[in-house]
Design a protein around this ligand. Structure first.
Ligand code: SR1
Ligand code: MG
Length: 437
């Protein structure tokens, strides 16, 4: 078991320029002054700056995040969420990092919000000197991961995330647009090198090699961690998925769609934190979400919680697939300008279109399952873990559940035929999670 945690060495960051001259990390007084000097934001908050309530809610690994309440503290809106890039990883100040990530998040919001509407927060302001992004405050929402850990249930959330992935990705594919437009749209995001390097290293590579960033809970997991590094079937699959991620520029992805990137309140669901946005295979976004539901499933000690997690995997996938193929069908019938499965060829070929949709959805489904397995693995033996298991007080029980999740993920990669569909994955995960309960 290795426990080194600093990510700043080795290949993650090869290029860490000094912060630009105008940059400084803003504290509470700085945030107040920043907002007060932007008339639209100050007007949104209302009242006088001295009365604004500022509280830090940083939760992710990378950035500072604050919620600011203005004069309207009655939940009718008006608050803002202030997010600033730091010149390092928030949870590891020794891991230096360029600041450009909030810029990519702002660009992602601009790209997808016309298609997804209120499935993301509204973008209010971006400052390219201080790398500050200001968006609508979601102060009545909770982070889906935290809510699930407390036993909450948001029956619409997984469906909304599935709808989001379809609506955010379809319009950026060559199914919807001429290839020239797709190329122009994706090009800026293909320069999101800093965070894509994190994904390539932390998600797709580190767990499959001995590396100081890897760590895990207990020596009880040493055996399965070794199998993950050495099983020939796993190596074959992860190599294939690395190549899929790096060469299949199918759509613009969110790039970090775990349950901590989803906020919920009643029936309202918002997807946040698009800073990892990158061109890639759609199954990567799907796989990260499904992988985090699998992690939650294995962490759960009660049957009701496990059933909800399995239900949500099914709801997510069905909503994604139905919405995606419907967007595709409508675009084809309207004579859309996409170059792939061109409307000029498929508009009058209903059978051919259905077959094409089935083929593509099977491909996305296979990618989803493999990337979900890789997400499960990296969140248990890699650098960045998930807190879902932390609520299990007994270490042996926790390690047992993590081991069962790892074992499933390992088997999915070693033999992709073990779960050839999301429905089969749900059955298999159900059996494995119940076995270890
Ligand atoms: C150093 S960043 C580690 C992880 O946090 C982010 O949310 C991404 O999931 C990344 O892999
Ligand atoms: Mg994040």
């Amino acid at each position: 078991m290795t426990r080194g945690r600093s990510g700043g060495k080795d290949s993650v960051m090869t290029d860490t320029p000094e912060s630009p001259a105008g940059y400084r990390t803003l504290d509470e007084a700085g945030i107040r002054a920043f907002l007060a000097s932007r008339p639209a934001l100050a007007a949104r908050l209302g009242g006088t700056p001295g009365t604004w309530r500022i509280r830090e809610v940083s939760d992710g690994n990378l950035n500072n995040v604050f919620l600011v309440d203005g004069a309207q503290v009655d939940g009718t809106g008006g608050g803002v969420c202030f997010k600033q890039s730091l010149p390092h990883v928030r949870v590891d100040p020794n891991w230096k990092m360029p600041l450009d990530r909030t810029g990519f998040e702002a660009a992602y919001l601009h790209a997808v919000r016309p298609h997804v509407g209120d499935l993301t927060p509204d973008i209010l302001h971006f400052d390219p000197d201080l790398y500050v992004l200001v968006v609508e405050s979601l102060d009545r929402h909770v982070v889906l991961r935290h809510g699930l850990m407390r036993g909450g249930d948001w029956p619409d959330a997984a469906r909304a995330v599935g709808t989001f992935v379809a609506r955010a990705t379809f319009p950026t594919t060559t199914l919807a647009l001429p290839f020239e437009d797709v190329s122009r749209l994706l090009e800026p995001f293909s320069r999101n090198h800093t965070l894509t390097r994190i994904t390539v290293d932390l998600v797709l590579t580190d767990p499959y090699r001995v590396h100081p960033r890897n760590h895990w809970l207990s020596p009880a997991l040493d055996g399965i961690a070794a199998r993950i590094r050495t099983d020939p079937g796993v190596r074959r699959s992860i190599g294939r998925m690395q190549a899929r991620f790096l060469t299949c520029r199918q759509a613009l992805l969110h790039g970090d769609l775990h349950t901590g990137s989803v906020m919920v309140s009643g029936t309202d669901t918002r997807i946040i934190d698009g800073e990892f946005a990158t061109p890639g295979p759609i199954g990567f976004d799907c796989g990260l979400f499904v992988g985090n539901l699998l992690l939650h499933l294995f962490a759960m000690g009660n049957a009701a919680g496990r059933d909800r997690a399995l239900r949500d995997i099914g709801r997510f996938w069905t909503a994604f697939r139905d919405e995606f193929v419907d967007l595709w069908r409508v675009a084809t019938l309207r004579g859309g300008t996409g170059d792939a499965y061109a409307a000029s060829l498929f508009r009058d070929d209903a059978t051919g279109l259905l077959q094409a949709q089935d083929d593509m959805m099977r491909e996305v489904e296979a990618d989803t399952i493999a990337f979900a397995a890789m997400e499960v693995i990296r969140r248990i033996v890699g650098y960045a873990h998930v807190p879902d298991f932390d609520t299990i007080p007994d270490i042996a029980t926790r390690a047992g559940r993590q081991g069962a999740a790892l074992s499933l993920a390992c088997d999915l990669l070693a033999d992709p035929k073990s779960a050839p569909s999301i429905a089969a994955l749900i059955d298999l995960a159900h059996a494995r999670a119940c076995d270890r309960a």
